[in-house]
Write a protein that binds this ligand. Structure first.
Ligand SMILES: Nc1ncnc2c1ncn2[C@@H]1O[C@H](COP(=O)(O)OP(=O)(O)OP(=O)(O)O)[C@@H](O)[C@H]1O
Ligand SMILES: [Mg+2]
Length: 240
């Protein structure tokens, strides 16, 4: 068991989230091995890896949905281990799952409002300026949205309450190139206020927006790339 003192020592002051030596299993089956990751305010950090590498497991564990067997997750000076997902979200760390499930019988506005149910913090201006499309869809039922609109709604719901860190699992999966391009700009803009940890298979997007890229292979972070030249030249591909 780490003392609180050691945990603080593990965190560089400027980092908003530090994951250290995280191990996660599903029953007998071990899926993540000593995973490390960190992100600073104003950064976009990406995790890449093949299907089954453990990317979703990593994000779900950070969000509190899975309990690690060991390791620490320090968010804004607090160790999140043992804290429930709902409380982690209230603290300002939000997880957007891979499946873009919205409430189909609720309107877009009602779906968005659910994101701030706990904190009563509503930054409508941020949501509508990043997603003007949602503004015109406010009274539409969630069930009628296209895939791209659903993803905008998922992100909009998460940012309505001004989170400090957003974990987004495969945001562009199955979306048209024009929507991917829009999301790219949204991520760049959003990261000025909210640190982003994105799991993404679209490597050209990853190379365009990330300050740091983690390649995950068979449950291990096999490399961490943070120099701009290497990121832009898609060097992470060789580690997958
Ligand atoms: N609930 C579960 N119970 C048991 N094993 C699981 C469970 N969820 C995931 N796994 C296994 O854990 C490993 C990592 O899965 P995970 O979903 O984290 O991968 P991923 O990198 O997100 O993959 P993808 O790119 O397909 O989304 C896989 O071998 C998967 O089969
Ligand atoms: Mg996944």
């Amino acid at each position: 068991m780490m003392s609180p003192h050691t945990e603080f020592a593990a965190m560089n002051n400027s980092e908003i989230l530090v994951v250290k030596d995280l191990n996660v299993s599903y029953g007998e089956s071990k899926v993540l091995f000593d995973a490390n990751l960190s992100v600073k305010p104003g950064q976009v950090v990406s995790c890449v890896g093949r299907n089954g590498a453990g990317k979703t497991t990593l994000l779900k564990t950070i969000g509190g949905f899975l309990k690690p067997t060991s390791g620490s997750i320090i968010f804004n000076h607090t160790n999140l281990i043992g804290i429930r997902p709902y409380d982690i979200a209230r603290m300002g760390l939000k997880y957007i799952p891979q499946d873009k499930r919205v409430f189909s019988d609720l309107t877009v506005r009602e779906n968005l409002e659910l994101g701030s149910y706990a904190t009563r913090d509503y930054n409508w201006e941020q949501v509508t300026s990043l997603f003007p499309r949602l503004k015109s869809l406010m009274d539409h039922k969630g069930g009628y949205l296209s895939g791209g609109e659903r993803q905008m709604l998922m992100i909009g719901r998460a940012i309505l309450g001004n989170p400090k860190v957003l974990l987004i699992d495969e945001p562009t999966e199955g979306l048209a190139p024009s929507i991917v391009e829009q999301l790219k700009n949204v991520f760049k803009e959003l990261s000025k206020k909210t640190a982003l940890v994105i799991v993404e298979q679209n490597l050209s997007l990853v190379c365009a927006i990330s300050a740091k890229v983690y390649a995950i292979k068979e449950g291990r972070v096999v490399t961490e790339i943070s120099d701009e030249e290497s990121i832009r030249s898609n060097i992470c591909e060789q580690y997958l």
